[in-house]
Design a protein around this ligand. Sequence first.
Ligand code: NBP
Length: 477
Amino acid sequence: TTAQIGVTGLAVMGRNLARNFARNGYTVAVHNRTVARTRALIEEFGGEGDFVAAETAEEFVAALERPRRLVVMVKAGEPTDAVIAEFAPLLEPGDMIVDGGNAHFADTRRRERELRERGVHFVGTGVSGGEEGALHGPSIMPGGSAESYESLGPMLERISAKADDGAPCVTHVGPDGAGHFVKMVHNGIEYADMQLIGEAYQLLRDVAGYTPARIADVFRRWNTGRLDSYLIEITAEVLSHVDAATGKPFVDVVLDRAEQKGTGRWTVQIALDLGVPVSGIAEAVFARSLSGHADLRSAARGLPGPTPRTLPEAEAAAFADRVEQALYASKIVSYTQGFHQIAAASAEYDWGVDAGAVARIWRGGCIIRAAFLDRITAAYEADPGLVSLLSDRDFADEIGAAQDDWRAVLAAATTQGVPTPGFAAALAYYDGLRTDRSPAALIQGQRDYFGAHTYRRTDGEGTFHTLWGGDRSEVEA
Ligand code: NBP
């Protein structure tokens, strides 16, 4: 037998991806460092399609038709390098290694360069949607050479999620690390979305005085409108769930310390390097971090705050509507920031990423899938050179219509002591961009005062310094 594709690394993701290929009619070679996993896959799911079980790297490579397509689904980091080191000597020019793990894009760039020297295509590929996505159709974000996409594209399109209009959720994102970069920003946006939803929940609870079950109903209603999305849907499910042991709302028995695996942190680290303000994503990462500092939190427990006061029932429903406006406006801002980061990296690394296509392939098979993404695609289709999502007329109109409520919600949050770093950062970004004159002028003055760092003037060309320690005359620098 010759297999059209091979998957090595058969933990949850690899196993399900291999099954997905097999269920779509491909013959799939399967391999795992620990042979027991390979045997278990064949035993449990061998009937689902044509699998070729390989116990050694040599058997695995020999089972693949040429040019070989070899998908690596192992733990990101050193395991990926170990697997590449094991397989690369067995491959021939034209073969393809598809890394479907959550690799750092800089690692992907390095691996692609190294393998290119051997004539092997390295295709760093973002795969979103977790275990279920891998089995039933993920959103797939492949990088690498255009030539490799010609060979892989049709197979990836077959196994990918399909959006509501039937379009496969996969596109060739761009060369080398572009796919993994876009996957990383996807995860960063996911952090921001979750944080914003969390803040909306907290406001409905503490300001509107709603129970979790009632908040679930509010989210269900929102899910029929412009916020229609997977995350809003599962939020309603989680909020309406009752703990069997105690009979309490599930959300009240879960320890409030959020964990993270690191792609959100990468997004922020890299944004800092690129000089892109992704404040919404950063606040989401920091909020998780803050929640985990049990020592700081217990030390702060006695600090004074406002007297808790919930709204009278008659005002609560109107407040909930305002929270929807604030959530939607903040969401527009966090996507604006994420797409800015993708555009900045695309320019820096010469990737030529099509932002509209990225929004299109996030419409299915991934955690941030949402009706809203159609709008982003439309915005970039209307103007491929769009500087910012906020400069799209429709988004600008919507955020303009939301702004009074957005501000009112933040005012209430501040007065009542409900932390809303995501909503607040989004509004500060919006106002920071909108403003005619920012205090950056003053900062330039301060920098020139203490460090002779110079400044430019609003009324002409050139760079200047004021002799602060002398007669305060201005000199050309
Ligand atoms: P894990 O990330 O838990 O990795 C386990 C796999 O890596 C096993 O097959 C293991 O082999 C293999 N492996 C390790 Br660990 N070290 C190895 C080495 N030195 N040489 C060869 N193989 C090695 O699996 P996962 O949760 O299925 O995720 C796979 C990839 O997909 C990861 O990069 C992950 O970040 C990414 N991802 C995961 C999700 C998700 O929802 N879980 C979603 C999207 C992307 P063994 O069986 O011999 O120990």
